[in-house]
Write a protein that binds this ligand. Structure first.
Ligand code: HEM
Ligand code: HEM
Length: 183
Protein backbone atom coordinates (compact mmCIF):
# COMPACT_ATOMS: atom_id res chain seq x y z
CA UNK A 1 0.00 0.00 0.00
CA UNK A 2 1.41 3.42 -0.86
CA UNK A 3 1.38 6.39 1.51
CA UNK A 4 -1.44 7.98 -0.54
CA UNK A 5 -3.78 5.21 0.54
CA UNK A 6 -3.28 5.93 4.23
CA UNK A 7 -3.99 8.83 6.54
CA UNK A 8 -0.79 10.74 7.36
CA UNK A 9 0.74 10.73 10.86
CA UNK A 10 -0.69 14.16 11.81
CA UNK A 11 -4.26 13.23 10.81
CA UNK A 12 -3.94 9.87 12.59
CA UNK A 13 -2.34 11.32 15.72
CA UNK A 14 -5.00 14.02 16.02
CA UNK A 15 -7.79 11.51 15.32
CA UNK A 16 -6.82 9.15 18.14
CA UNK A 17 -5.78 11.85 20.63
CA UNK A 18 -9.10 13.63 20.10
CA UNK A 19 -11.10 10.39 20.19
CA UNK A 20 -9.62 9.69 23.66
CA UNK A 21 -10.26 13.30 24.80
CA UNK A 22 -13.88 13.27 23.58
CA UNK A 23 -14.69 9.93 25.20
CA UNK A 24 -13.19 11.29 28.46
CA UNK A 25 -15.31 14.46 28.08
CA UNK A 26 -18.51 12.45 27.69
CA UNK A 27 -17.63 10.39 30.78
CA UNK A 28 -16.65 13.47 32.79
CA UNK A 29 -19.74 15.40 31.64
CA UNK A 30 -22.24 12.79 32.78
CA UNK A 31 -20.31 12.02 35.99
CA UNK A 32 -19.80 15.62 37.17
CA UNK A 33 -23.41 16.68 36.59
CA UNK A 34 -24.58 13.73 38.74
CA UNK A 35 -22.42 14.64 41.78
CA UNK A 36 -23.52 16.50 44.93
CA UNK A 37 -23.82 20.18 43.89
CA UNK A 38 -20.98 22.32 45.17
CA UNK A 39 -18.72 19.47 46.35
CA UNK A 40 -14.93 19.95 45.88
CA UNK A 41 -14.81 16.87 43.61
CA UNK A 42 -17.56 18.32 41.44
CA UNK A 43 -15.68 21.61 41.13
CA UNK A 44 -12.48 19.75 40.14
CA UNK A 45 -14.23 17.62 37.50
CA UNK A 46 -15.97 20.66 36.01
CA UNK A 47 -12.64 22.47 35.68
CA UNK A 48 -11.11 19.36 34.09
CA UNK A 49 -14.07 19.00 31.72
CA UNK A 50 -13.86 22.63 30.64
CA UNK A 51 -10.06 22.46 30.18
CA UNK A 52 -10.15 19.31 28.04
CA UNK A 53 -13.15 20.69 26.13
CA UNK A 54 -11.31 23.88 25.20
CA UNK A 55 -8.26 21.79 24.24
CA UNK A 56 -10.52 19.81 21.86
CA UNK A 57 -11.65 23.08 20.31
CA UNK A 58 -8.04 24.18 19.70
CA UNK A 59 -7.11 20.74 18.32
CA UNK A 60 -10.10 20.57 15.96
CA UNK A 61 -9.19 24.00 14.55
CA UNK A 62 -5.65 22.70 13.87
CA UNK A 63 -7.07 19.47 12.48
CA UNK A 64 -9.44 21.24 10.09
CA UNK A 65 -6.58 23.46 8.92
CA UNK A 66 -4.47 20.36 8.26
CA UNK A 67 -7.38 18.57 6.60
CA UNK A 68 -8.00 21.43 4.16
CA UNK A 69 -4.37 21.23 3.00
CA UNK A 70 -4.13 17.40 2.94
CA UNK A 71 -6.60 15.25 1.04
CA UNK A 72 -7.68 12.11 2.92
CA UNK A 73 -7.19 8.80 1.07
CA UNK A 74 -10.03 8.07 -1.39
CA UNK A 75 -12.86 5.78 -0.24
CA UNK A 76 -12.81 2.23 -1.66
CA UNK A 77 -14.15 2.06 -5.24
CA UNK A 78 -16.60 -0.64 -4.08
CA UNK A 79 -18.60 1.90 -2.06
CA UNK A 80 -21.82 3.12 -3.68
CA UNK A 81 -22.90 6.79 -3.89
CA UNK A 82 -25.27 6.47 -0.90
CA UNK A 83 -22.54 5.01 1.31
CA UNK A 84 -20.09 7.72 0.23
CA UNK A 85 -22.60 10.43 1.03
CA UNK A 86 -23.25 8.87 4.44
CA UNK A 87 -19.52 8.59 5.20
CA UNK A 88 -18.88 12.24 4.29
CA UNK A 89 -22.00 13.48 6.11
CA UNK A 90 -20.97 11.52 9.22
CA UNK A 91 -17.43 12.94 9.19
CA UNK A 92 -18.59 16.53 8.71
CA UNK A 93 -21.24 16.07 11.42
CA UNK A 94 -18.44 14.97 13.77
CA UNK A 95 -16.36 18.04 12.85
CA UNK A 96 -19.39 20.30 13.41
CA UNK A 97 -20.03 18.71 16.83
CA UNK A 98 -16.34 18.97 17.79
CA UNK A 99 -16.55 22.72 17.08
CA UNK A 100 -20.07 23.34 18.37
CA UNK A 101 -19.89 21.46 21.68
CA UNK A 102 -17.04 23.52 23.17
CA UNK A 103 -18.70 26.76 21.97
CA UNK A 104 -22.02 25.78 23.56
CA UNK A 105 -20.12 24.85 26.77
CA UNK A 106 -18.43 28.25 26.77
CA UNK A 107 -21.84 29.94 26.47
CA UNK A 108 -23.13 27.79 29.38
CA UNK A 109 -20.36 28.92 31.76
CA UNK A 110 -20.50 32.54 30.53
CA UNK A 111 -24.23 32.87 31.22
CA UNK A 112 -24.39 30.80 34.42
CA UNK A 113 -25.96 32.58 37.42
CA UNK A 114 -23.14 31.07 39.57
CA UNK A 115 -20.48 33.06 37.64
CA UNK A 116 -17.76 30.45 38.28
CA UNK A 117 -14.39 31.19 36.64
CA UNK A 118 -12.86 28.69 34.20
CA UNK A 119 -9.13 28.21 34.85
CA UNK A 120 -7.82 26.02 32.03
CA UNK A 121 -5.55 23.30 33.46
CA UNK A 122 -5.24 25.49 36.59
CA UNK A 123 -3.22 28.09 34.63
CA UNK A 124 -5.09 30.18 32.04
CA UNK A 125 -8.30 32.08 32.79
CA UNK A 126 -10.94 31.63 30.08
CA UNK A 127 -12.90 34.92 30.06
CA UNK A 128 -16.68 34.82 30.06
CA UNK A 129 -18.41 35.87 26.86
CA UNK A 130 -20.46 39.07 27.34
CA UNK A 131 -23.87 37.41 26.91
CA UNK A 132 -27.20 37.79 28.75
CA UNK A 133 -28.06 35.29 31.52
CA UNK A 134 -31.33 34.44 29.70
CA UNK A 135 -29.31 32.36 27.23
CA UNK A 136 -28.24 29.90 29.95
CA UNK A 137 -31.13 27.43 29.62
CA UNK A 138 -30.88 27.44 25.80
CA UNK A 139 -27.10 26.88 25.93
CA UNK A 140 -27.48 24.03 28.46
CA UNK A 141 -30.15 22.40 26.29
CA UNK A 142 -27.99 22.78 23.18
CA UNK A 143 -24.93 21.29 24.96
CA UNK A 144 -27.01 18.35 26.22
CA UNK A 145 -28.68 17.64 22.83
CA UNK A 146 -25.27 18.03 21.16
CA UNK A 147 -23.84 15.41 23.52
CA UNK A 148 -26.52 12.88 22.54
CA UNK A 149 -26.17 13.70 18.83
CA UNK A 150 -22.42 13.16 19.21
CA UNK A 151 -22.96 9.81 20.91
CA UNK A 152 -25.41 8.69 18.20
CA UNK A 153 -23.06 9.76 15.40
CA UNK A 154 -20.13 8.03 17.12
CA UNK A 155 -22.05 4.78 17.45
CA UNK A 156 -22.67 4.88 13.67
CA UNK A 157 -19.04 5.88 13.02
CA UNK A 158 -17.54 3.02 15.05
CA UNK A 159 -20.07 0.52 13.66
CA UNK A 160 -19.16 1.62 10.10
CA UNK A 161 -15.41 1.28 10.82
CA UNK A 162 -15.91 -2.23 12.24
CA UNK A 163 -18.20 -3.22 9.32
CA UNK A 164 -15.55 -2.12 6.82
CA UNK A 165 -12.94 -4.22 8.58
CA UNK A 166 -14.79 -7.36 9.59
CA UNK A 167 -17.64 -7.60 7.04
CA UNK A 168 -16.39 -5.87 3.88
CA UNK A 169 -12.71 -6.69 4.52
CA UNK A 170 -11.38 -3.39 3.03
CA UNK A 171 -8.64 -1.07 4.35
CA UNK A 172 -10.84 1.73 5.74
CA UNK A 173 -10.02 0.92 9.38
CA UNK A 174 -6.37 -0.07 8.95
CA UNK A 175 -5.46 3.10 7.04
CA UNK A 176 -6.39 5.09 10.18
CA UNK A 177 -4.23 2.79 12.38
CA UNK A 178 -0.48 3.34 12.92
CA UNK A 179 1.70 0.52 11.59
CA UNK A 180 4.31 0.70 14.37
CA UNK A 181 7.45 0.02 12.39
CA UNK A 182 5.95 -2.25 9.72
CA UNK A 183 6.89 -1.23 6.17
C1 HEM B 1 -16.25 18.29 22.63
C2 HEM B 1 -16.38 18.97 23.74
C3 HEM B 1 -17.37 18.67 24.84
C4 HEM B 1 -18.15 17.55 25.07
C5 HEM B 1 -18.22 16.27 24.25
C6 HEM B 1 -18.91 17.81 26.27
C7 HEM B 1 -19.82 16.91 26.84
C8 HEM B 1 -20.60 17.18 27.95
C9 HEM B 1 -21.56 16.27 28.53
C10 HEM B 1 -21.84 14.84 28.03
C11 HEM B 1 -22.15 16.88 29.58
C12 HEM B 1 -23.23 16.29 30.52
C13 HEM B 1 -24.58 16.45 29.88
C14 HEM B 1 -25.09 17.85 30.05
O1 HEM B 1 -25.46 18.22 31.17
O2 HEM B 1 -25.08 18.62 29.06
C15 HEM B 1 -21.57 18.20 29.69
C16 HEM B 1 -21.93 19.15 30.62
C17 HEM B 1 -21.31 20.39 30.74
N1 HEM B 1 -20.27 20.88 29.97
FE1 HEM B 1 -19.45 19.98 28.38
N2 HEM B 1 -18.61 19.06 26.75
C18 HEM B 1 -17.65 19.61 25.92
C19 HEM B 1 -17.04 20.84 26.06
C20 HEM B 1 -17.29 21.75 27.08
C21 HEM B 1 -16.62 23.02 27.26
C22 HEM B 1 -15.48 23.56 26.40
C23 HEM B 1 -17.18 23.62 28.35
C24 HEM B 1 -16.88 24.96 28.97
C25 HEM B 1 -15.90 25.78 28.65
C26 HEM B 1 -18.19 22.72 28.86
C27 HEM B 1 -18.99 22.97 29.95
C28 HEM B 1 -19.95 22.13 30.44
C29 HEM B 1 -20.83 22.48 31.56
C30 HEM B 1 -20.80 23.78 32.36
C31 HEM B 1 -21.69 21.38 31.73
C32 HEM B 1 -22.82 21.25 32.76
C33 HEM B 1 -24.09 21.70 32.07
C34 HEM B 1 -25.30 21.64 32.95
O3 HEM B 1 -25.18 21.81 34.15
O4 HEM B 1 -26.40 21.45 32.39
N3 HEM B 1 -18.23 21.59 28.07
N4 HEM B 1 -20.63 18.35 28.67
C1 HEM C 1 -14.72 10.61 19.77
C2 HEM C 1 -14.36 9.75 18.89
C3 HEM C 1 -14.13 9.97 17.41
C4 HEM C 1 -14.27 11.07 16.60
C5 HEM C 1 -14.72 12.46 17.01
C6 HEM C 1 -13.90 10.67 15.26
C7 HEM C 1 -13.92 11.52 14.15
C8 HEM C 1 -13.51 11.18 12.88
C9 HEM C 1 -13.52 12.05 11.71
C10 HEM C 1 -13.99 13.49 11.70
C11 HEM C 1 -13.01 11.34 10.68
C12 HEM C 1 -12.83 11.85 9.25
C13 HEM C 1 -11.39 12.14 8.97
C14 HEM C 1 -11.27 12.89 7.65
O1 HEM C 1 -11.23 12.25 6.61
O2 HEM C 1 -11.28 14.13 7.70
C15 HEM C 1 -12.70 10.02 11.16
C16 HEM C 1 -12.17 9.01 10.40
C17 HEM C 1 -12.06 7.70 10.84
N1 HEM C 1 -12.37 7.21 12.11
FE1 HEM C 1 -12.98 8.28 13.68
N2 HEM C 1 -13.57 9.34 15.26
C18 HEM C 1 -13.70 8.87 16.56
C19 HEM C 1 -13.48 7.59 17.03
C20 HEM C 1 -13.19 6.53 16.22
C21 HEM C 1 -13.08 5.15 16.65
C22 HEM C 1 -13.28 4.65 18.10
C23 HEM C 1 -12.78 4.40 15.55
C24 HEM C 1 -12.56 2.91 15.42
C25 HEM C 1 -13.36 1.99 15.68
C26 HEM C 1 -12.67 5.32 14.44
C27 HEM C 1 -12.33 4.98 13.16
C28 HEM C 1 -12.14 5.85 12.11
C29 HEM C 1 -11.67 5.44 10.81
C30 HEM C 1 -11.32 4.03 10.38
C31 HEM C 1 -11.62 6.59 10.01
C32 HEM C 1 -11.18 6.69 8.55
C33 HEM C 1 -12.36 6.57 7.66
C34 HEM C 1 -11.91 6.67 6.23
O3 HEM C 1 -10.89 6.12 5.89
O4 HEM C 1 -12.59 7.34 5.45
N3 HEM C 1 -12.93 6.60 14.88
N4 HEM C 1 -13.03 9.94 12.51
Amino acid sequence: MTARNRYDAVAMGLHWLMAAAILALLGLGFTMTGLKPGSPLQFKLYQMHKSVGVLVFVLVALRLGWRLGHQPPPLPATMGPGERLLAHAGHWALYALMLGMPLAGWVVVSTSPYNIPTILFGVVNLPHLPLPRDLNALAKGTHMIGAWLLIATLVGHVAAALRHHFVLGDDVLTRMLPRFGRK
